[in-house]
Design a binder for this molecule. Structure first.
Ligand SMILES: Nc1ncnc2c1ncn2[C@@H]1O[C@H](COP(=O)(O)OP(=O)(O)OP(=O)(O)O)[C@@H](O)[C@H]1O
Length: 353
């Protein structure tokens, strides 16, 4: 299986796949009240937007940073809705020339929200044009080439730029400084994801009990997009194999079918952990050796599997190589060699609690 494009294959991928895109529109919270969690960002944004509304002004530019699937697009739509403004959605990779950006900026209406996803992936010239547009609501359109080229200034209506990035650290400081408000989106707590699951189940018209929602939430890697995707797969299972109602047992059995374990690890994550524990006694082992052992590319192990394993405190990256933590041994039901001698005994169900 090719894991390189995360979104293609993994049920626990944080990036959107084709089916997500279609369903997500229906599941998006429409206002700040419906938006679950992210209390700090929500409160701060609420103030920014209320104040702008009271002044009858366009809201300040907003930068949202955080991992994929945490609700940056959703929040940008909510900002537009709260301001009663239309929204235009585009992304950094789609703006490769300054002219692309000039065309978008010059067609904005007054007060419009421009959502620029993956803003860190814009081209340099476009980025420089954006500086002036954000600060002075003006761009210089260059006409002609070489010594005869002239800059024609173009006034823009006031607008709100909402930039989204997974890598705030990659933004050049002049761009970062031009945002009036920066909100950092955190991974969601299980109780918050439970609320997301309940809300989505209601919208999808699926019956689910509290324990069923908790089971899905616990396997969703802190990410609402994954919670919604797992819910849809569990709904399929409940419909085909059970009476349509999602209970803890139905959710756990369904997700076992999809190889998502109690902590949200999938087959690749577990293969990496198992190799680290069973073949290398918990490490330290070099990344390349570990990748060969699981039959994957180095980059796949490093970029696709490891970030979540590190975040979960199951694996650590050290200068001497990768090492497993005591929690990794416990999660796979294995005994560390120093304590138990065998290292691979006592394996229990990987899908257990
Ligand atoms: N706080 C939330 N409450 C309820 N649902 C949410 C919340 N955040 C996100 N979702 C749901 O998760 C899905 C993904 O959210 P969204 O597209 O906004 O994420 P994103 O951060 O923009 O992802 P990407 O960076 O990949 O574009 C949507 O279906 C949305 O409804």
């Amino acid at each position: 299986m090719n894991w390189d494009d995360e979104s293609d294959d993994r049920i626990v991928a944080a990036a959107a796949d084709g089916e997500d895109t279609a369903v997500e529109a229906a599941l998006r919270p429409k206002d700040l009240g419906e938006f679950v969690g992210q209390e700090k960002v929500r409160q701060q944004l609420d103030l920014v937007l209320k104040a702008a509304r009271q002044r009858g002004a366009t809201a300040d530019h907003v930068l949202l940073s955080g991992a994929p699937g945490l609700g940056k697009t959703t929040l940008s739509m909510i900002i537009a809705a709260e301001m009663g403004a239309p929204i235009r959605i585009t992304s950094g990779p789609a703006i490769q020339h300054a002219g692309d950006l000039a065309a978008i900026l010059s067609s904005l209406q007054e007060g419009e929200v421009l959502f620029l996803d993956e803003i860190h992936r814009m081209s340099r010239p476009a980025e420089e044009m954006l500086y002036m547009a954000m600060e002075d609501f003006r761009v210089d359109v260059i006409v002609g080439k070489g010594p005869g080229a002239t800059a024609i200034p173009l006034e823009l209506p006031p607008f709100t730029l909402v930039g989204a990035t997974t890598r705030a650290g990659l933004l050049p400081p002049p761009l970062r400084d031009r945002f009036g408000f920066t909100g950092h989106m955190e991974f969601y707590a299980p109780a918050e994801l439970e609320r997301v699951v309940h809300r989505s189940a209601g919208l999808l018209d699926v019956e689910i009990d509290t324990a069923g929602a908790a089971e899905i939430a616990g396997r969703s890697r802190g990410t609402p997009r994954i919670a919604n995707r797992l819910l849809r797969r569990v709904r399929d299972y409940a419909q085909v194999k059970a009476d349509g109602v999602i209970t803890r047992e139905v959710a756990a059995t369904a997700l076992q079918v999809y190889e998502v374990d109690a902590r949200g690890l999938d087959r690749l994550d577990r293969a990496v952990l198992e190799a680290l524990l069973k073949l290398f006694g918990g490490g330290p082992v070099g990344l390349s050796t570990l990748a060969v052992a699981v039959g994957e590319e180095r980059e796949t192990v490093e970029e696709v599997a490891e970030p979540f394993l590190v975040r979960e405190g199951l694996l650590a990256r050290t200068p001497r190589g990768r090492i497993a933590t005591p929690a990794a041994w416990a999660h796979l039901g294995l005994v560390p060699p120093q304590q138990g001698g065998g290292g691979t005994s006592g394996q229990q169900g990987l899908f257990g609690a």
